[in-house]
Design a protein. Structure first.
Length: 214
């Protein structure tokens, strides 16, 4: 997996060291996760559900020292407090209501939280995220919430065939990212099916599950 990321970075003339791999453990067997964490080559673990992450983190804590648990799925406001107990970062911030809820709960503990804002690239109603044209206004308001560390953007490409058809969507995301974070930050895009294209188009964080564990 790391070799494939390195090869994609080389094709784009990029430094592979700048690209972070998030291991998505949603469907992974516990023994496979343990082996991965034991290798010391993964710093980020991603999960879509608060309950699943809580159970896995407890079971793997002894082997996962130093790992950052990242919330990847849609976070319901009524689960935000529990999420803060489990995750070290939320990569799917998609509403000002959720942002305000997290900011208020963080203030109670004195913590800050790294977050990525999710941008919606697909037309599917079931996919979470902000419309691309509303990201700038959202960031202006969210930046007034002192406990949220706005680190960058996250997006899920639409399921297109052939997979090469996702490339224009990643290019669009890179333009949005550069406009919203001119000083740099995290651009999380690319999953098992399309992460190599995402790296070629500027992602510096990729989220890989099935291609990593199968």
């Amino acid at each position: 997996m790391l070799r494939r990321i390195e090869a994609a970075a080389d094709r784009a003339g990029r430094d592979p060291a700048e690209i972070e791999l998030v291991a998505v453990t949603k469907k992974a067997r516990p023994e496979a996760i343990l082996e991965l964490l034991g290798s010391g080559r993964v710093r980020h673990v991603g999960e879509n559900r608060v309950q699943d992450a809580a159970a896995k983190r407890k079971a793997l804590e002894a082997r996962g020292a130093g790992v950052i648990w990242r919330m990847l799925g849609h976070l319901q406001r009524n689960k935000s407090r529990q999420a803060l107990e489990v995750f070290g970062a939320v990569d799917s911030l998609d509403s000002l209501e959720l942002a305000a809820k997290l900011d208020g709960e963080l203030a109670e503990t004195g913590r800050t939280l790294p977050v990525l804002v999710q941008v919606k690239l697909a037309e599917r109603e079931t996919q979470s995220g902000l419309a691309p044209e509303s990201v700038g206004e959202f960031l202006d308001k969210a930046r007034a919430m002192p406990r949220l560390e706005l680190r960058g953007l996250m997006a899920i490409a639409p399921m297109l065939d052939p997979v090469e058809a996702v490339r224009p969507h990643f290019r669009r995301m890179k333009r949005i990212f550069e406009r919203c974070f001119p000083g740099g930050g995290t651009l999380s895009m690319g999953m098992s099916r399309d992460f190599e294209i995402a790296v070629e188009e500027g992602a510096n964080m990729v989220r890989v599950g099935s291609a990593l564990f199968n």
